[in-house]
Design a protein around this ligand. Structure first.
Ligand SMILES: [Zn+2]
Length: 479
């Protein structure tokens, strides 16, 4: 199958060019500059390829042609608090595709007392034959011991080159400082990248208990109990441990100004510290956790922050200045009815997580590009190129270039639409952005040369998504 995308503006992290894009099979085979512009490969060979014609021609006049977006942080079917995140790899990856995302990096979980390999095998089985777009895995480490440290090397060899540890959730995922240091040391030997959920879970539990004893059991107390300083402290601590190990580190889902300040200070002294935030921390606030039990819809960890704390502006500034490199969704949807409701009368029992995999690209375009904060090229860098580089997928993914996988989105930067649970494709009964109008939308979404979404219609197939073996994290060691 040969697809020609004509008359569009190609936007990569490096800038824009007027070029036609030719796809043959699962690869991009030619970029041909127009109107005298040099697209870099507008040579005779490209012209000859073009002359062969295409099975399908897409007119992208007035549209942008961007690399398929990469969501570096999703949790399909994650077990949490006695229930499971509602989206499967099939429904979640289909929703992702509608939103212009052609790769997800999900989290395989090592259960306490079990091996890493066993956890990875379980998550492989959940995805294989079901995902409609390509997928890769990070590995959550629940136990750090001699056995699992050795096992890390074998997991890296299988293309899973990042491991997530937690300073939160004592008794479940929590790792102490010694465990974190050991994992960081090991990553320096096997080339992996350590990801951290950085909130001081032991301190948080003290305040949680105080609030529950005082009868403060509404969802908003989930947010109130998890102080920004607990995130700032843990972020600084794990970065210092990375410095001690001489290893790079990546902080996931940063929400608080205090944490941003910690990563900025680290980068200013030359530490290879990297981080992401999520749309919910850029667009929502503690106020959304109010309104009685309705606030359960917005329970996630770290929590949404008070508008008055300057958190959103600090996060945007960090994205502009590259102190943060990415925006993942932390997509982990639970229905309000029957799932979030498990926490009625006790915020500790509300499953943690929000839906978002479908909305990220448009929200970042609307708030970032239309909002005047970032350029279109920086937007592409945040949603696609940087995750590809940081997580060992570049230049196979994350760029519209000859030889790259044909993951391409024809994006309309002017089309407006209203986000709603009535029209979204995620398998969850509410939207955190209900009624919000955003500018920008994915018209055509191509995953390795197959059109999976066109003009709002799904044309993909479960099982067409492939597992991506990722390289070691060499990019973060050079940058
Ligand atoms: Zn997460």
């Amino acid at each position: 199958m040969r697809i020609l995308i004509k008359n569009g503006t190609v936007i990569n992290a490096g800038g824009r060019q007027q070029a036609d894009v030719l796809i043959d099979g699962d690869k991009i085979v030619a970029l041909v500059g127009r109107a005298g512009e040099d697209a870099g490969v507008s040579d005779k060979a490209a012209a000859a390829l073009l002359a062969l014609g295409a099975d399908e021609t897409i007119d992208a006049t007035g549209k942008w042609v961007i690399p398929g977006a990469i969501d570096e942080h999703t949790h399909m079917e994650l077990p949490f608090g006695g229930t499971f995140a509602k989206d499967t790899f099939e429904t979640g990856s289909r929703a992702a595709a509608f939103g212009g995302t052609t790769t997800i990096i999900d989290f395989a979980v090592q259960s306490k007392g079990k091996g890493l390999q066993e956890g990875l095998d379980i998550w492989m089985a959940k995805a294989e034959g079901h995902a409609v777009i390509d997928y890769a895995f990070h590995m959550i480490m629940s136990d750090v011991n001699g056995e699992t440290l050795k096992e890390m090397d074998r997991i890296v060899d299988q293309g899973v080159s990042s491991f997530k540890l937690f300073t939160a959730y004592p008794g479940v995922f929590y790792s102490d400082d010694g465990a974190i240091l050991r994992a960081l040391q090991r990553s320096e030997k096997n080339g992996a990248l350590i990801l951290m959920h950085a909130e001081n879970g032991i301190a948080i539990d003290v305040v949680v208990e105080e609030n529950v004893l005082a009868g403060n059991t509404d969802p908003i107390y989930h947010g109130i109990s998890r102080y920004p300083v607990f995130e700032g402290e843990a972020t600084n601590r794990v970065i210092r441990l990375a410095e001690a190990a001489g290893a790079p580190i990546f902080i996931v889902h940063m929400s608080a100004r205090d944490a941003v300040e910690a990563i900025q200070a680290a980068r200013d002294r030359g530490t290879k510290a990297f981080g992401e935030t999520c749309p919910q921390y850029l667009f929502l606030s503690l106020d959304d956790l109010g309104n009685g039990f309705e606030g359960a819809k917005f329970v996630c960890s770290p929590p949404l922050r008070a508008e008055s704390g300057g958190h959103q502006e600090a996060l945007w500034t960090a994205l502009v200045k590259n102190d943060l490199q990415g925006v993942g969704t932390d997509h982990c949807p639970f229905d309000f009815e029957g799932q979030k409701e498990l926490g009625r009368g006790d915020f500790r029992k509300v499953p943690n997580g929000l839906p978002g995999v479908e909305d990220r690209v448009d929200l970042m375009h609307d708030g970032g590009v239309v909002g005047g904060r970032i350029t279109p090229a920086r937007w592409v860098e945040i949603i696609s190129a940087n995750p590809a580089k940081i997580f060992g997928l570049y230049p196979r993914k994350g760029v519209v270039a000859v030889g790259a996988d044909a993951d391409v989105v024809v994006y309309d930067p002017n089309r407006k639409h209203t986000i709603s649970a009535k029209t979204h494709h995620m398998d969850v009964d509410y939207s955190c952005y209900e009624g919000r109008e955003v500018q920008g939308g994915s018209d055509v979404v191509i995953s390795r040369g197959r059109i999976v979404v066109k003009d709002g219609e799904f044309l993909g197939k479960p099982g067409d998504g492939q597992f991506l073996k990722r390289e070691t994290a060499h990019w973060v060691r050079k940058n």
